[in-house]
Design a protein around this ligand. Sequence first.
Ligand SMILES: *Cc1c(COP(=O)(O)O)cnc(C)c1O
Length: 444
Amino acid sequence: MSFVVKMNGSQNNDIHGNFISGNGVHHVSRWSVKPSEMSKKTLNPIRAIVDGMKLTPNPEKPMIALSIGDPTVFGNLPTDDTVLQAMKEAIDSHKYNGYAPSVGYQKSREVVADFYSCPEAPLDGKDVILTSGCSQAIELAISVLCNPGDNILVPRPGFSLYKTLAVSMGIQVKHYNLLPEKSWEIDLQHLESLIDDKTACLIVNNPSNPCGSVFSREHLHKILSVASRNCIPILADEIYGDMVFPGCDFQPLAPLSSDVPILSCGGLAKRWLVPGWRMGWILIHDRNDIFGTAIREGLVKLSQRILGPCTVVQGALESILNDTPPQFYQGTISFLKSNSEICYSELSTVPGLNPVMPSGAMYIMVGIEMEHFPDFQNDVEFTERLVTEQSVFCLPATAFEYPNFFRIVVTVPEEMMIEACIRIREFCARHYRPRSQDSHELDQ
Ligand SMILES: *Cc1c(COP(=O)(O)O)cnc(C)c1O
């Protein structure tokens, strides 16, 4: 059966009904199944940009993708045997097939607490919430701190998930600038100028995706004073914590402050090289009792919507955190450093490119002097043509709200990194126009 619908011309397109002709009125099925407002507001800018690009590699050259932030794709960075063994034992124990509490097993929470606890910022089991990856940790943290109509402060350039989550929840996003000439430190004046009475949370991502930067202790102190002065809690995305190059020091944010309440988000994905295992956590730092029981209870309630991470991984956590040998972490870091150095030294001598040497994580950002590449409008066109001509794909930093840069993932095998840099050099040489020639042309 069908219902008569009064049609008003401009709404015709919205109705996906079946029209019945012949009797002079439009009939439409009573079915009306449409995607929710939330689903429509959930936008992944990386997909939006990449899907809009014409990515047709040069058939003469094998494709090299420097775009994927997954360290496992090339098979050159396996996780440690200890990690795999822990997982096998957890399965064989038959103890981890049931439901765990929504925030995770108490034992597993304690293991994470002990791993990250330090005298200046002590943690115990009740301060840890286990989540499905760091992504869910970020989602819970934003959800518990913010209401629709509030705003959050996020880095630019920055990881796109913060905005994707916030916008879908009706939370406004304000971007604070990072300064490439100061190793991607936060422009603190700009940051503070964005704060208003609707600001519910400051997101700090250290070490950074996409910059590979690592903040000094002094800089972290300055960030904390901005938060403290304005009474803004911090969401610290520390998923790359401890993934810093030798000679550089990762300082977690929480031990540096006793008054600013901090939700530190992390997980196994990057440091243990198992992003698919979906194990993350929130560390609740609240030594001044600002969050109190209310925020903790809020997090527990939110965790009950879906329940925490896979119980098998929870069972393996103790051994993963406590038995993985230091050589495993060191091996990953020295690989990432060596690849970053290769990439940096190759690209820093390419006219028109300005790579910024990272200090950690697994990325390097490269600035494009667009005025020297008149063949292209922007970083999206630049990286698109790099695929067409050289079969090298780098993510345009427009995906991180930062045009005229591109991001390279440094987890690829060394030979690939070298070959990619040679091809990028060739591409730039072909399209580079020196400025003097421009002005010469103008003179004529
Ligand atoms: C990869 C990444 C995450 C997500 O980690 P998962 O544990 O895979 O959800 C969060 N934040 C940043 C900055 C990342 O790069």
